[in-house]
Design a protein around this ligand. Structure first.
Ligand code: ZN
Length: 459
């Protein structure tokens, strides 16, 4: 058996790996889009499918982030006819994510989008975590797969394949993106039993995350400042995952304050200005069976972790424009959560253009800001009163810029090492993917220090 990497080798986007079982059979794990700086020519990152599909028997999707599923329209256009295996929550989220991606990059023709989604749904095979499912192959080889919770975003999974070729059995585990523990709503990544070959992500293979304990307190401090100076708190956030985590934390703060009489935080409007995030949040609410214990405990207390009185969700564009006008004119405090998470587009850009030059505005980053994005520029130049270009317009930054540490959807170095340590059957080989070269090298050294397992870093 061999593994061909069609993406996420020299970077973190475009995830797509092909597990070749024999000359007539293979399966794909993820089919993601290249993003940000990795879309340039050096990365050989055209979205079109540039490999043969004749032998590809199935696609297995680890989660619905666009860098893991965004090339599915190209895959179908190239002739792939399913099945697409994924977890039950991913199967609920994927059509929404795909419809939004098509709207942004291909067409606004709703009929075409609906047709595509209908076709996609015919190919989707949702499977329960831990259930072993066999994939029909040509000839005598056998293959089965099972999913376990990866704790990265809702529905995320790592996948273990068990193959039998010429009477020899082998197991291969693809980690997909692994999460960090203590993520709101999500159970921590499950302990893996083991495998012969491990394909491990290494996004933060060179880093240890700061503790998550203080992040609620820091968020609360900034909210109080907004109340005092009448400014708006702008939080750029990804629609899937981070937005729901923030809502969860805001509910935590507001619930605690509600018990105290006369606390003005009770009056602070929280505005979720993102149609996609609003829809994703609605789907999250229907996925309660997959919520973690803490979220269930809150439900039992009569609380609604993703929904509270002060929350207003804006869908249409007209209300969005009015909201910007109202907030800039009235100097009334508010919190606005909007996409995109790195300020590369979406409604957050309109807010930033209107409010970045106002010293009462606070911009709060709760996620990674990639090189070359406006988010990174604001973070870098904002504190010195610099400027940023948004939609070709130069905007002077007078707002206060903050980073909320302790938010990461990815496992850090210690989490990745412990993923291997907890395996009862240790792999015979580990292949490192999904990370820049420094992260992979450092993680590779750390793994060699801890285990006598050969490490491969594909170039
Ligand atoms: Zn991801």
């Amino acid at each position: 058996m061999k593994i061909i990497h069609h993406g996420a080798i020299n970077g973190v986007t475009g995830s797509c790996h092909e597990l070749v079982i024999d000359s007539r059979n293979s399966v794909l794990v993820d089919c993601g889009l290249f993003q940000g700086a990795e879309t340039d020519s050096r990365h050989n990152s055209a979205p079109e499918i540039d490999f043969p599909l004749k032998q590809v028997k199935a696609l297995v999707l680890t989660h619905v982030h666009i860098d893991h599923c965004g090339r599915i329209p190209y895959l179908l256009a190239a002739g792939f006819k399913g099945p697409i295996y994924c977890s039950q929550p991913s199967a609920k989220l994927l059509p929404l994510v795909m419809a939004d991606a098509l709207k942004v990059s291909f067409t606004r023709d709703q009929r075409l989008i609906n047709n595509f989604i209908k076709r996609l749904q015919e190919y989707l095979v949702p499977i329960d975590y831990h259930r072993s499912v066999s994939i029909p192959l040509s000839g005598s080889s056998e293959l089965s797969l099972s999913l376990r919770r990866a704790g990265h975003i809702f529905g995320s999974a790592y996948v273990t394949f068990r193959a039998r070729v010429n009477n020899i059995s082998e197991s291969i585990l693809f980690s997909g993106d692994l999460g960090a523990p203590y993520t709101p709503l999500l159970t921590a990544p499950e302990k893996p039993y083991g495998c012969d070959t491990l394909i491990l992500e290494s996004t933060y293979g060179d880093r240890i995350h700061p503790p998550r304990r203080n992040r609620c307190l820091q968020l609360e401090k900034i909210l109080k400042k907004s109340l005092q100076n009448g400014g708006t708190v702008l939080i750029p956030a990804f629609s899937i995952g981070r937005t729901q985590e923030l809502l969860y934390e805001l509910e935590t703060i507001l619930y605690r304050k509600k018990k105290k009489a006369g606390n003005s935080l009770k009056e602070l409007p929280i505005i979720l200005d993102s149609p996609l995030a609003g829809k994703v949040t609605e789907i999250y609410k229907t996925l309660k069976p997959w919520w973690d214990k803490e979220a269930h405990a809150r439900l039992r207390q009569g609380r609604h972790p993703l929904c509270f009185d002060q929350l207003q969700i804006i869908e249409d564009h007209h209300t969005h424009e009015n909201m910007i006008q109202e907030l800039t004119k009235n100097q009334s405090p508010a919190v606005v959560i909007a996409a995109s998470g790195m300020c590369t587009g979406g409604r957050i850009v309109n807010y930033l253009r209107a409010m970045l030059n106002d010293p009462t505005t606070d911009v709060l980053f709760a996620g990674y800001q990639a090189q070359g994005t406006p988010g990174r520029d604001i973070l870098q130049y904002g504190p010195q009163g610099g400027y940023v270009f948004l939609d070709g317009q130069r905007i002077t930054i007078k707002a206060a810029i903050h980073t909320l540490p302790g938010y990461s959807a990815h496992a850090d170095q210690a989490n990745l090492v412990s993923f291997v340590r907890t395996m009862r059957k240790k792999p015979k080989k580990i292949i490192l993917v999904h990370g820049d070269s420094r992260a992979k090298e450092i993680l590779g050294d750390k793994l060699r220090e801890n285990f006598a397992i050969p490490i491969e870093i594909p170039a």
